[in-house]
Design a protein around this ligand. Structure first.
Ligand SMILES: O=c1ccn([C@@H]2O[C@H](COP(=O)(O)O)[C@@H](O)[C@H]2O)c(=O)[nH]1
Length: 238
């Protein structure tokens, strides 16, 4: 059973390492942080190691998407950092997913450390049915498309997926507990949706079967970030 506060991963979507450390110090109750592209490009891999050295859990959201050999190489390097979770795109296909999972597992075994759990990103939570149909030319509903990509994740041997809470229930219904489900697109009641399209409240996400929730602006941009985090913990603890 995952402790309630650890089920909330706060996205450190900030421009540099000093700002990231300010947040880590300001919110000691947050035990799981997400490092995404902006911060990783600015601060470099050392930040991930340093966060881990502080006893924190790290979700490295790099959304790798390339040919299998290239992704495997990146995964080997990431494994040295000690991140707990790492994202790749499910749309890279089963060979790429398998290459990612195998590379992490083999490098971790070689180093004698735990491997990052590879998560396959299905359909970004900023996309809706209209974009799926009109721009990506995919006729399936977001739910069916995500369930299909979740099947690829399973076939590719990765332990989890990223999807919106809207699809979590369907994935659980089709695949049971075979995959870890991590859901961004979390918006507490009244929070600004901004660029997200497929959103749910924290409680809806947990009830739909999410293992972890990723929350960024609803905490970091709140007038009182500590209170915003506490309110989410309280909501999902019900
Ligand atoms: O489909 C996805 C995959 C990843 N994300 C990431 O989650 C956070 C969400 O931030 P908010 O401020 O709560 O919207 C952000 O870092 C994204 O890169 C996602 O939103 N959707």
């Amino acid at each position: 059973m995952i402790p309630v506060a650890e089920r909330i991963i706060v996205a450190l979507d900030v421009p540099d390492a000093p700002t990231a450390w300010q947040w880590v110090q300001r919110l000691p109750q947050v035990r799981f942080w997400k490092v995404g592209l902006e911060l990783f490009v600015a601060a470099g891999p050392g930040l991930v190691k340093d966060l881990k050295a502080q006893g924190l859990r790290v979700f490295l959201d790099l959304k790798l998407h390339d040919i299998p050999n290239t992704v495997a190489g990146a995964c080997r390097r990431v494994t040295h950092l000690g991140a707990d979770l790492l994202t790749v795109h499910a749309a890279g296909g089963t060979a790429m997913l398998r290459a990612a999972a195998d590379a992490c597992a083999r490098e971790a075994e070689h180093l004698g450390i735990p491997a990052p759990a590879v998560l396959a990103v299905t359909l970004l939570t900023s996309l809706d049915e209209t974009v799926l149909k009109d721009e990506l030319l995919i006729e399936q509903s977001p739910t069916d498309y995500v369930a299909h990509l979740a099947g690829l994740a399973l076939a590719g041997g990765v332990p989890g997926i990223v999807c919106s809470p809207h699809e979590a229930e369907a994935v659980r219904a089709r695949l049971g507990d075979k995959l870890l489900i991590v859901t961004p697109g979390i918006r507490p009641a009244g929070a600004e949706v901004a660029d997200q399209r497929r959103t749910c409240t924290p409680l809806q996400a947990i009830r739909a079967g999410a293992d972890y929730l990723v929350v960024g602006r609803p905490v970091l941009a709140a007038p009182d970030p500590a209170a915003a985090f506490a309110a989410i913990v309280e909501e999902i603890a019900l």
